[in-house]
Design a protein around this ligand. Structure first.
Ligand code: ADP
Ligand code: MG
Length: 639
């Protein structure tokens, strides 16, 4: 509990004790406490008239516990009226209790205030707790970094470490900044980022990502990013800002509260006035109207629905899925079409060279020319060719690099123009090429307008890709589509292996957008189309689809920024997990709405019929809120 909450608890206890004391005094009458006649009462207090007079004389005492517990609510109601915001919860509570005092229902007035405050306190504690447990889950922020400066190891704030400095990470410590390992081998626990408990082995030359925990060995790491640019800062930023993008359900609740409260007040006035004019029983109907006001307080909804979505986002991030707002959670729950990119998404994006077929030179030269031309590209093909080449690349030999999306690259190598890419690229530059008999992705190489030969590479599907498609179908996804820029034969082989409904191959990034537009037009307008990509050559589609899902690639910034949902461990199967978390969250939110409105409705009817008193109304209000908040925290738990 915070200091403020403790203070409130004290006020609640004090006021409750006061209420009980005054009520006892009132109930047993003066006989118990004062055996003799009371000086200021003109009639004997042991008679009936005397008892009533006693109660009458006592009522100001109820104001003590009333003001102890309610002064801030009354003050807030008055202040809000001054600001023109008349109809809020404090206003409801203020008129209900002041009204109760006016019709001489003194204990009820205190009790309603008391319970309202108990409810508020409970809610404050519960919300604080679940926010805290979400931040604890996301507790990936490193506290310090050990940086080597002038032969000494200093412990500093991670934000003070510059790019290119050397940091030391001891076993058990959190990696403070993104970097590359200079020295040492170890295993890293990436669970906080990916939800996966499988440790990753790290050797010199490997990239390490901030937020992971170093498990076994001492590592010396050269930082490649400052703290603000590091993975951990980006993720925290994302999660912290996720609540600004509200789900429709949440927006509905806000709008609902805005017209609901005035409606309730108008209803209460009508209930107090109309039957009274007919029957003449003013006290009775004013009391009914006050009960109606107490019962109608919307706090359970206003609190529990946003809390449910917040819990859902927290639960998803625990499973390694970052959702950038509750609106995306809501959209995910309705997913009907899933479109995948191939390379890096369904396949590993790590190509093996299966054949080198030179026309005009030897194999080594063909591979070297290709690898050099690809030295600046981030495409998985480029990385694989560089790996196959295996030697250090002398960057001074390369110039005028241009990436041609969906086709390949162009670069000057030793001052001569080289093109590396697919059939389309060769057509574009009018170099005569020939296809390869081997199945796989064919990468053609042209030097100064002459065909040099081609390299055939092949990729593997990710181990969980097949299961990912099956899980999506089980979750009710109707259409699974793969879009690829790769050759038709390669695309179709992958599609068949994984059990995809459709495959479209040889697409340029712009063609992918067209395909997605067509799929968007074909689907049910209420359902969602999700596109899953790795962020390389598919950023336009990521933003065009209803929900863009990116492979987090543990560090690929472009993807993390362009997407609405990020799968932190690059596993396509996590999409089905995310969909089921989203559905669960939505159903919890709906349960809360139905439950709160249902119970309130019943009590309201009972109240109008004169079967529920103010005590029942108060219990119902607080009870509904406690149940709704407890239910909301379930969204945080993932199976
Ligand atoms: P995918 O849809 O499979 O992710 P891309 O749109 O990234 O594929 O690329 C489509 C095709 O363009 C690749 O299959 C390859 O033939 C060619 N390509 C793209 N970038 C490069 C590159 N850097 N080097 C060689 N070929 C490339
Ligand atoms: Mg791709």
């Amino acid at each position: 509990m915070t200091k403020k909450q403790k203070k409130m608890l004290k006020r609640i206890i004090l006021s409750a004790v006061g209420l009980i004391a005054v009520a006892l005094l009132d109930h047993f009458g003066p006989t118990v406490w004062l055996p003799g006649p009371i000086p200021f009462l003109s009639v004997s207090h042991t008679s009936a008239a005397g008892g009533a007079a006693w109660s009458l004389a006592l009522w100001p005492l109820y104001l003590i516990p009333y003001f102890i517990i309610g002064w801030d609510i009354l003050w807030k109601a008055v202040r809000n009226i001054g600001h023109g915001q008349v109809f809020d919860e404090s206003f409801l509570m203020a008129i209900a209790t002041v009204g109760a005092l006016l019709i001489q229902e003194y204990p009820e007035a205190v009790f309603v205030m008391l319970f309202y405050q108990i409810g508020e306190l409970f809610q404050g504690v519960a919300v604080g707790k679940s926010r805290k447990s979400i931040s604890a889950l996301m507790d990936i922020r490193p506290d310090y970094a050990n940086v080597e400066r002038e032969g000494q190891v200093e412990t500093v704030d991670p934000e003070e470490v510059a790019v290119g400095e050397t940091i030391v990470i001891k076993p058990g410590e959190r990696v403070p900044l993104d970097g590359v390992v200079l020295e040492g081998t170890s295993t890293l626990n990436t669970a906080a980022l990916t939800g996966e408990s499988l440790p990753r082995d790290i050797t010199p030359g490997d990239d390490v990502i901030s937020g992971c925990v170093n498990l076994s060995g001492l590592l010396r790491v050269r930082t490649t990013k400052g703290f603000e640019e590091s993975t951990v800062a980006k993720i925290l930023d994302l999660v912290e800002n996720s609540s600004t993008k509200k789900a429709k359900t949440e927006q509905f609740i806000t709008r609902f509260a805005r017209w609901y409260t005035p409606a309730v007040v108008v209803g209460a006035v009508a209930l107090a006035v109309i039957p009274s004019l007919i029957t003449g029983e003013w006290t009775k109907w004013v009391e009914q109207a006050l009960i109606f006001l107490v019962i109608s307080c919307p706090c359970a909804l206003v609190i529990s629905v946003p809390l449910t979505f917040f819990g859902g986002i927290g639960g998803a991030s625990r499973a390694g899925v970052l959702v950038k707002g509750s609106n995306y959670l809501e959209a995910l729950a309705r997913t009907e079409t899933v479109v995948f990119d191939k390379t890096g998404t369904l396949t590993r994006g790590v190509f093996n060279v299966t054949a080198i077929h030179p026309d005009e030179c030897d194999e080594a030269l063909l591979l070297e020319t290709a690898a050099l031309a690809e030295s600046y590209s981030n495409h998985p093909i480029a990385r694989s060719l560089r790996d196959a080449y295996g030697k250090e690349i002398d960057e001074s030999r390369i110039g005028n690099v241009a990436e041609i999306a969906g086709r390949g690259v162009k670069a000057d190598v030793d001052g001569r123009t080289v093109y590396v890419g697919n059939d389309k690229l060769m057509e574009d530059i009018k170099v005569s090429w020939h296809p390869c008999h081997k199945v796989g992705t064919t990468v053609h190489v042209a030097l100064e307008g002459e065909y040099l030969g081609h390299i055939v590479i092949s990729d593997e599907v990710k181990p969980d890709a097949k299961e990912a498609i099956a899980a999506l179908k089980r979750a009710g996804v109707k259409r699974t589509v793969m879009l690829t820029g790769d050759a038709r034969a390669v695309g179709e082989a992958v599609g068949k292996e994984l059990g995809l409904d459709e495959v479209h191959a040889q697409l340029l990034p712009a063609d992918k957008v067209d395909r997605v537009e067509a799929l968007l037009a074909q689907k049910n307008p209420k359902a969602t189309l999700a596109f899953v990509g790795d962020g390389i050559n598919d950023a336009p589609v990521l933003s065009r689809s209803d929900v863009g899902v990116a492979m987090g690639a543990l560090g690929s910034d472009a993807a993390i920024e362009a997407a609405d949902v990020v799968l932190m461990d690059d596993k396509p199967s996590k999409l089905a997990t995310a969909i089921s978390i989203a559905r669960r969250t939505l159903s919890i939110a709906n349960q809360n709405i139905a439950f709160a409105l249902g119970v309130k409705g019943i009590i309201l009817v009972l109240g109008i019929m004169g079967k529920a008193n103010m005590w029942a109304g108060t219990f119902a209000d607080v009870g509904v809120m406690v149940v709704a908040v407890a239910n909301a925290t379930r969204a945080l738990k993932v199976k």
